[in-house]
Write a protein that binds this ligand. Structure first.
Ligand code: BG6
Length: 488
């Protein structure tokens, strides 16, 4: 196992993301023997000390078994540097600390700058890192950027311009944590390592593909960010589009970053752009009202906080994406995602076309198409639905072949996804990060939908918390003769 060396600087070290995802994932890399010679600098505005940071780091990983001595050995790699990202002196101080730690930890001058804070500062920090020479270590330098990458195409372009004026595209790692999920990475393997599927993976044999990522939680303490964003920007523009790209891409000629990305980009280019006045034919938005989840009454979105009282932000989106290329012409890719839905689950259902004649079912409507279900989380695995004769009855019934990957998901923290991605970044493997072209293409697709919606006042709330979205989401499939397969 390669053990890359680096100083990792985390901007936003006192924030939620650092505590919930980054510290646990660095800890997991450490515990799994992937890193040994490293130091982490936590940078943020608050006047913390090394001790405060270390206590926070320890608290964030203490559920992940480790004895006190090991925990302290781990947290001793962490240093705190107060910064004001608008001040030159902060970058100079930071540079001195980096240099000192590079000597102490023998990290070969490799540097990772991880931006895990308010996106309005991304461009400024990138520019300042360059201006103050922090990029010029003796080894490699990489910049990791959290979402959201812009609010729409123009703002994403502007942000990209600012970042690119300081860093090369090869140095930029745009995180989409879904790409670090074991079963999302498995989409390619299931497709390209199995003749059984790959030969059928086209419009002659597949009827439609459904991707659901439902959450039962509401907006929690992120109301301000979320209300500005909505389900479409928060989940569809990035995670859902990435899954569509992986499901629809052509086999790459090899697994290098360039080849995989270029195949994904081709899919995004082939997605049928929706004109603002056609949006209702393709997309449905929703917002939850009061309802019940697991027997507990929950508030509607507009009642969550005072500032949401008049909100028209969508907490649910469903859509039909058409990929106008030779392989996929005519096959709808349906996506749906939202907050306060029935349960937390991410799942892909590939529905194969039915055989032309019904020999084994009493009624043709009972005929069950073959389904390949890829369970992304919380279960991880693959289920194949076939038809067979069971229990001596004369007709056929659907049966299931199920493979369960080891259950490794840890709820919403998904530290293992971050662990994989951070390790990839340290190794210089950008395959599971999003290239600028992917970001730009998915924003231009999403912007048209949002533009269409802006023309009309939504009729919110339109689904009760605990449901799988508004009725219009079911109607979207029904008019094509399809229905959502249950996620449970
Ligand atoms: C994030 C969104 O990108 O993904 C959140 O900002 C969402 O709103 C989360 O809850 C879902 O991720 P996961 O890994 O829990 O499915």
């Amino acid at each position: 196992q390669i053990k890359p060396k680096a100083v990792i600087v985390i901007f936003g070290a006192t924030g939620d993301l650092a505590k919930r995802k980054l510290y646990p994932s660095i800890y997991r890399m450490y515990r799994n023997g992937k890193i040994a010679d490293f130091a982490v600098i936590g940078a943020a505005r608050r006047p913390w000390t090394n001790e405060t940071l270390r206590e926070n780091v320890e608290a964030s990983v203490k559920d992940l078994d480790m004895n006190d001595q090991d925990l302290q050995a781990f947290s001793s790699h962490f240093y705190y540097q107060p910064v004001d990202v608008t001040q030159s002196s902060s970058y100079q101080d930071l540079n001195h600390l980096i240099q000192e730690l590079e000597g102490a930890y023998q990290t070969d001058g490799n540097r990772v700058f991880y931006l895990a804070m308010a996106p309005e500062f991304f461009g400024l920090i990138a520019k300042n890192l360059k201006a103050h020479g922090l990029k010029e270590g003796a080894g490699w330098t990489r910049l990791v950027i959290e979402k959201p990458f812009g609010h729409d195409l123009p703002s994403a372009k502007q942000l990209n311009k600012e970042i690119r004026s300081a860093f090369e595209e090869e140095q930029i790692y745009r995180i989409d944590h879904y790409l670090g999920k074991e079963m999302v990475q498995n989409i390619e393997v299931i497709r390209f390592a199995n003749g059984l599927f790959e030969h059928l993976w086209n419009n002659r044999f597949i009827s439609n593909i459904q991707i659901t990522s439902s959450e039962s939680l509401g907006v929690e303490e992120r109301a301000r960010y979320y209300d500005h964003s909505g389900a479409t920007r928060d989940m569809a523009q990035n995670h859902m589009m990435q899954m569509v790209a992986l499901l629809a891409m052509e086999p790459p000629i090899n697994l290098t970053t360039e080849e995989v990305r270029s195949e994904k980009i081709k899919v995004l280019r082939a997605m049928r752009h929706i004109k603002p006045d056609e949006v209702d034919d393709y997309f449905v938005r929703g917002q939850y009202g009061p309802g019940e989840i697991d027997g507990v009454s929950v508030k509607g979105y507009r009642e969550e906080t005072d500032e949401l009282q008049h909100s028209d932000t969508e907490t649910f989106v469903a859509g039909k994406i058409m990929i106008d290329n030779y392989r996929w012409a005519g096959v709808p890719f349906y996506i749906r995602t939202g907050k306060r839905m029935t349960e937390k689950s991410t799942k892909i259902v590939v529905e194969f076309r039915n055989i032309p004649m019904n020999l084994y079912y009493e009624k043709k409507e009972d005929q069950h198409p073959n389904l390949l279900v890829i369970n992304i989380s919380p279960e991880e695995g693959v289920t194949l639905y076939l038809n067979a004769k069971k229990d001596q009855v004369g007709h056929a019934e659907p049966i299931k072949l199920a493979y369960n990957n080891n259950f490794t998901d840890h709820g919403i923290n998904t530290p293992e996804a971050y662990e994989k991605l951070l390790y990839d970044c340290l190794l210089g493997d950008a395959t599971n990060f999003t290239h600028w072209d992917e970001v730009a293409l998915s924003w231009s697709f999403i912007d048209a939908i949002l533009a269409g919606w802006r023309k009309k006042q939504p009729d919110f709330p339109n689904y009760a918390a605990g449901k799988m979205g508004p009725d219009a989401s079911d109607a979207l499939l029904k008019k094509d003769g399809h229905h959502w397969w249950p996620i449970g």
